[in-house]
Design a binder for this molecule. Structure first.
Ligand SMILES: CC(=O)SCCNC(=O)CCNC(=O)[C@H](O)C(C)(C)COP(=O)(O)OP(=O)(O)OC[C@H]1O[C@@H](n2cnc3c(N)ncnc32)[C@H](O)[C@@H]1OP(=O)(O)O
Ligand SMILES: CC(C)C(=O)C(=O)O
Length: 524
């Protein structure tokens, strides 16, 4: 049996997360996410702020009706909001009213400037404290589980924060939330704040200490972890870290930081970590907020390795560059990204899985072609490799190679091509105009090699996806009753066309040289 202490995960994706600009969700979308949060096994789902709109009300009501979790609803420290929250929550198996009010002087003076809150700061502080206590006591008459949040606690005077915390616990709050609303604190400072409350608040053991950290300085997760180390036992967070401004502490990061470094502490969460990736994707697609590729745990690159040295290490032992397995968070597999930083080990391993066994000199040759492609493309996909291998396998023995190609083309100029062609150690250079850049290029090749026009058919297609896709050109030459088909591949379709033409010419030369007939129409 685990002796570790449970840290409750309070998910606020549907409330604070939805406060992200542009993230509005429909009722049905909120219900979908709530279902996924159940699978993830969060302890508390904050479903919304019922007093803020009929949609929010309905979403909280519908989630309350079907969820087996604790469902929380937010309300200001006023009876009307609390009533709305309760009406929306009342069918929940485990309802929680979450009421809040600001406690920092900046907020008190800035937001409650009206004289009805008092004339001096001291009077206003007292009014706020009274409102907090009244709100908690009132909510407690409706619901057994009350959470109180001291908004902007991160910037609140510690003595006043302790006073209000003690008062709301006495009034019936079972959870006291200490938000770093503006993401202002440092981890050591925030940890001390929590420790300070445990020292000053005499009834602190009657409530769970919660924290709710924002990410304005990128410290939300660090602050949450520090607070847990100093006594917090509920972490408020959101999937993908979405929320007001720079967002909330990210659920997946808190959970995995605790799990991966369990050697450092005695806390645990109930989260089914294999559901993290699915949940992240669902939240991203329904809110329309994309997950940055380098986002920890759930970003596209979180388990991707591009550089040769890393790929080599990973192929030998995954632990060299991964502190957790992708499977543990529901990511299907580690992704070895083939690109300009990849080395031969990574390329060889991928070719192997695609069914191409290459080694030694052949690997060197393929690797050089791969590097050429990788220099032009951000990522070399499996399809690119298949095309490249096909290109390599049908390479003639004595190739006529493209050394240099320059194209001048545009809406207001006559297409002109200059080519330099290498055959063994001889080079041939020529220029030509044409009806289009491909025509100019083919004419320049014919001039350089002193050939008549042999072109029978020509086609070009994209073989992989995206703007940097590889283009594959196919050129068929007719020489008497023989056909020679060449293929060329490049991110530049003119270059692909030139390569295809030269390959077809090479095959023709080879055939003439060795009297081989194998290159006669191969049916491509
Ligand atoms: C840190 C947080 O994330 S807090 C939660 C933020 N979430 C939201 O704001 C949800 C969406 N909000 C809304 O739909 C609306 O703002 C409503 C329905 C809540 C209120 O709308 P309105 O009545 O038009 O008020 P408005 O939003 O303009 O101003 C807020 C009022 O609430 C007061 N107020 C703010 N927080 C609290 C609080 N915790 N307790 C009591 N009163 C509060 C403000 O002082 C202001 O009152 P005033 O009109 O007397 O100056
Ligand atoms: C209402 C509270 C918990 C909040 O969202 C904040 O302070 O950021």
């Amino acid at each position: 049996m685990s002796t570790k202490e449970q840290v409750l995960i309070f998910d606020t994706t549907l409330r604070d997360g939805e406060q992200s600009p542009g993230a509005s969700l429909s009722v049905q979308e909120k219900i979908e996410i709530a279902r996924q949060l159940e699978k993830l096994n969060v302890d508390i789902i904050e479903a919304g702020f019922p007093a803020s709109s009929p949609l929010q009300f309905e979403a909280v009501q519908r989630i309350s009706e079907e969820s087996g979790r604790t469902v929380a609803a937010l309300s200001r420290a006023i009876e009307r909001d609390i009533d709305e929250a309760w009406k929306a929550l009342r069918s929940a198996r485990r309802p929680r009213i979450h009421t809040f009010i600001s406690t920092s002087d900046i907020h008190i003076l800035g937001k409650f400037g009206h004289e009805r809150y008092g004339r001096t700061l001291a009077e206003k502080r007292q009014t706020i404290l009274d409102m907090a206590v009244r709100a908690v006591a009132y909510a407690r008459t409706l619901c057994d589980d009350i959470e109180f949040s001291a908004e902007d606690a991160g910037r609140t005077d510690p003595a006043y924060l302790a006073e209000i915390t003690e008062a709301v616990i006495s009034a019936g709050a079972a959870t006291v939330n200490i938000p770093d609303t503006t993401g202002y604190t440092w981890p050591s400072e925030f940890g001390k704040k929590i420790a300070g409350l445990r020292e000053r608040v005499t009834n602190i053991d009657d409530a769970v200490i919660s924290v709710h950290c924002h990410n304005d300085l990128g410290l939300a997760v660090a602050n949450t972890i520090s607070a847990i180390e100093h006594g917090a036992r509920q972490a408020e967070c959101s999937m993908n870290g979405i929320g007001e401004r720079a967002g909330n502490a990210s659920l997946e990061e808190i959970v995995m930081a605790l799990k991966v470094r369990s050697d450092l502490h005695d806390y645990t969460t109930g989260i089914t970590t294999r559901e993290l990736y699915n949940t992240s994707r669902m939240v991203s697609s329904l809110t329309g907020i994309i997950v940055q590729p380098n986002k920890a745990i759930v970003g596209d690159n979180a388990f991707s390795h591009e550089s040769g040295i890393h790929q080599d290490g990973m192929l030998k032992n995954r632990q060299t560059y991964e502190v957790m397995t992708p499977e543990s968070v529901g990511v299907p597999q580690t992704h070895i990204v083939l690109g300009r930083h990849s080395g031969k080990h990574g390329l060889q391993a991928r070719l192997d899985t695609l069914g191409y066994r290459v080694a030694g000199e052949e690997l060197e040759t393929v690797y050089q072609r791969f590097v050429d492609v990788a220099d032009k493309k951000k990522e070399v996909y499996d399809d690119d490799l298949r095309v490249l291998m096909g290109d390599e396998l049908s390479k003639p023995v004595e190739p006529i190679e493209l050394d240099y190609l320059h194209i001048n083309s545009g809406t207001a100029s006559i297409p002109t091509a200059t080519v330099r062609i290498r055959i063994k150690d001889r080079t041939f250079e020529e220029s030509s105009t044409g009806d289009g850049p491909v025509d100019a290029c083919f004419r320049a090749i014919e001039r350089a090699l002193g050939l008549e026009q042999l072109l029978n058919t020509y086609s070009v297609r994209s073989t992989t996806s995206g703007r940097q896709a590889l283009g594959e050109a196919t050129v068929r030459l007719k020489d008497g009753d023989k056909f020679f088909t060449g293929r060329g591949v490049s991110t530049d379709i003119i270059e692909a066309s030139a390569r295809a033409y030269l390959q077809a010419l090479s095959l023709r030369e080879n055939a003439a040289h060795h009297d081989h007939n194998t290159t006669i129409d191969n049916g491509i």
